[in-house]
Design a protein around this ligand. Structure first.
Ligand code: ZN
Length: 339
């Protein structure tokens, strides 16, 4: 090469100078040392779908790896979950019968109430969180009692939510998690629990829950699809972020012990802003069924490395500011992290 040519190349070369971020990425141990976000099995909450009946493990087709379980199969499931280092489960109940008022939701021998007792008897240390809503229990599939016009009657629904939360707490739940986005739900439940001397039971509020297309597979799992209409009259508009802070502030005022944002992946900006506005409260994010199903479908086709994609996703949710991640990947991710 002529010296004229190499001089010309030299003149074009840009040098980074003394500051070289790659130095800290050079080896695995260096990368470990400077990692900002941790991911551990103890960060996960594992959802369980409990069905009436016996000796049942019924696969949910749109959520490969997830099954509906009968109460008698919960104990073995909880043992597996605990052995993986996961500390908490979130219970959803699918009752034997549904009616317009969702009566089984607060029945003493309802499917979730039985599930709570079974889990706490077998594994007192596992944290049992329960979903408090009506959609799995009503024959119309809506999250509350309906008025004459077919809309959700907010304040009448609060009375039922109070009864559901008390019944879960009496059965032994550690945390109740109202998910219906009914105005005043946290205050109503806190009041009911305190009246019944159940002050020990915490409330994890689904404070910010969007009307999302990514709940589709869950509706198969929990058998709670609305028979008509949709949930946009109570769940939030996906376009709104400032409103999320208002929702969260109301729930904090009403006595929420912890907050949740749902879904997670399309709403990481919201996770971040709720984290910054309410730094004193634990924050959960729900990595929802549609997010799970997308990864599983792509992995099944060989289009994604499932393990890498899942761990990256869960780390991203933690990095955005979530302390806890409710995720169907919990068992797989915990096993990968333990290795
Ligand atoms: Zn609901």
């Amino acid at each position: 090469m002529s010296s004229l040519h190499s001089d010309a190349l030299e003149a074009l070369r840009v040098r980074p100078g003394a500051k070289r971020p790659r130095r800290l990425r050079r080896t695995e141990t260096l990368r470990d040392l400077v990692r900002e976000t941790t991911l551990e099995p103890g960060d996960f909450v594992y959802p369980l779908f409990v069905v009436a009946g016996e000796d049942m493990r019924r696969p949910v087709e749109s959520m490969p790896g997830i099954e509906q379980l009968s109460v008698d199969r919960l104990s073995e499931e909880a043992r597996e979950v605990a052995a993986l280092g996961i500390k908490a489960v979130l219970l959803f109940g699918i009752p034997a019968t549904k009616d317009p008022h969702g009566l089984e939701s607060f029945a003493e021998d309802g499917v979730v109430q039985q599930a709570i007792r079974t889990l706490k008897d077998a594994h007192p240390d596992i944290v049992v969180v329960t979903d408090v809503c009506l959609c799995e229990y009503t024959d119309h599939g809506h999250c509350g009692l309906l008025d004459d016009a077919g809309g959700i009657s907010n304040d009448e629904t609060l009375d039922v939510l109070r009864r559901i939360a008390v019944s879960h707490a009496e059965a032994g739940a550690d945390v109740v998690a109202p998910s219906g986005m009914i105005d005043g739900m946290v205050g109503a439940i806190r009041g009911a629990l305190d009246e019944e001397a159940l002050q020990r039971v915490a409330i994890l509020s689904y404070a910010v829950k969007y009307a999302s297309a990514f709940y589709g597979p869950f509706r198969e799992a929990a058998e709670g699809a609305p028979a008509f209409g949709d949930r946009r009259s109570h769940q939030m508009d996906p376009a709104n972020a400032r409103e999320a802070l208002r929702e969260a502030a109301l729930d904090v005022d009403e006595g929420a012990d912890a907050l949740m944002v749902k879904p997670a992946l399309g709403y990481l900006d919201v996770v971040r802003s709720v984290r910054e506005r309410f730094p004193e409260l634990p924050l959960a994010a729900y990595n929802v069924s549609g997010e799970y199903a997308m990864v599983k479908a792509a992995a099944a086709n060989g289009w994604l490395d499932e393990r890498a994609a899942v761990l990256e996703t869960l780390t991203g949710i933690r990095r955005a500011g979530a302390d806890l991640v409710v995720t169907y990947h919990a068992k797989d991710a915990a096993a990968w992290l333990q290795r």
